[in-house]
Write a protein that binds this ligand. Structure first.
Ligand code: HEC
Ligand code: HEC
Length: 319
């Protein structure tokens, strides 16, 4: 019986917090009554007009409303607060659009994603989660949904989206590049979370939680087959962006401040070899070397980053 008390107070606190949130968000103009189907005793979903721009398409929140309520609200909630009726069953939890923190961005950590980023994510879905691949919508519909998602957070009014990072051209995959990538994986302590073999079982793995205090597992590179992909894409360029921008809202940090652009490519090449079941140039090269990555020898040129990992040809002088 006493156990009812804390529950009720949590409910009250939650309700108060939600009211507070709506107030802070400045959602003061309720939509007209016929605009909103009744949602029980809840106040109507606050609405404002927002746009998205994807290529030459302009998305409109007014047009995104219906598909959102029909296809997205069941998980993301009518209020975009990740409290849809299915959310309780999901792990990881749906994204909470009221805080506007997104995992998949081309922009620096802490900034808002571009409309194109959100548009891509909706079409790609998030692998290893219940977020489906929404590739049946037209481009216009997807752009409208991007615009609608923005009604839930005032951040979209106050801030501009971040500037997409520049990804330099990919240098050739070589054994030396893979070897340097492995050294970076050790030096930057990626293994502490991802494990030495990238199986998501590093010493810190079991202790991690996301920004909403839900337990979260580091990505297991070795798990999937030849079709393996990441939440935020599947190309080498996508991997580069993932660790240079970070997976916001999770313990997966951005390494933009500590990795030089060309070193980052070496890391990408090494990460590919952790995907042991995937056919890739990186695994072909490793196979040709009988599966042995030679230890990385730092060049004594005064610079930490060896020039060989840049766009130039790998000099043969090292052997
Ligand atoms: C079956 C539940 C479910 C439905 C339906 C659903 N989502 Fe999601 N969505 C999720 C989950 C779960 C996540 C978080 C996945 C993660 O963190 O890996 C997510 C994340 C997202 C994200 C955040 C991506 C990022 O970079 O952080 C966006 C945007 C999104 N969903 C849009 C939509 C839209 C638009 C719809 C409707 C067309 C939709 N979702 C329908 C479950 C769902
Ligand atoms: C503090 C722990 C931690 C460290 C250190 C860490 N990661 Fe992660 N990483 C994570 C977690 C947790 C996820 C899963 C995020 C998710 O599922 O949303 C992840 C996911 C990833 C992903 C996949 C993201 C996707 O789109 O699916 C890549 C790639 C990655 N990490 C690379 C790296 C690299 C490279 C380093 C080192 C330079 C590194 N990580 C260091 C915790 C960490």
């Amino acid at each position: 019986m006493t156990s009812l008390k804390p529950m009720r107070s949590i409910g009250v606190t939650f309700f108060a917090a939600m009211l507070g949130l709506l107030f802070v968000a400045g959602f003061v103009t309720p939509a007209s009554a016929q605009d909103e189907p009744a949602v029980g005793p809840k106040p109507p979903v606050p609405f404002r007009n927002t746009e998205s721009h994807v290529g030459d398409i302009t998305g409109h929140s007014a047009d995104g409303k219906l598909p959102y309520r029909r296809y997205c609200a069941g998980c993301h909630g009518d209020y975009g607060d990740a409290n849809g009726e299915n959310a309780v069953w999901l792990d990881p939890k749906p994204r909470d659009f009221t805080i506007a923190t997104f995992k998949c961005r081309s922009t620096l950590t802490g900034t808002l994603p571009t409309d194109q980023d959100l548009f891509n994510t909706i079409g790609r879905g998030l692998t290893n989660s219940n977020m489906p691949i929404w590739n049946t919508f037209s481009k216009q519909e997807r752009a409208d949904l991007v615009a609608y998602i923005k009604i839930f957070s005032p951040r979209w009014e106050k801030e501009k989206a971040g500037v997409p990072i520049t990804v330099p051209a990919e240098p050739p995959v070589t054994l030396e590049s893979i070897s340097h990538g492995q050294a970076l994986f050790a030096k930057l302590e990626c293994w502490k979370c991802h494990g030495l073999h990238g199986e998501g079982d590093g010493p810190s793995a079991s202790t991690l939680t996301d920004s909403k205090d839900n337990p979260i597992r580091p990505f297991n590179f070795a798990a999937a087959g030849n079709d393996s992909r990441f939440k935020c894409g599947s190309t080498n360029q996508d991997i580069y962006k993932i660790f240079m921008t970070g997976v916001d809202g999770t313990p997966m940090p951005s390494f933009a401040d500590v990795i030089q652009p060309n070193d980052a490519w070496d890391l990408v090449h090494f990460l590919r070899t952790l995907q042991v079941h995937r056919k890739s140039r990186e695994n072909d090269i490793l196979m040709a070397a009988h599966g042995v990555i030679p230890p990385y020898v730092e060049k004594k040129t005064g610079s930490l980053a060896p020039a060989a990992s840049a766009n130039e040809k790998v000099p043969g002088g090292g052997q």
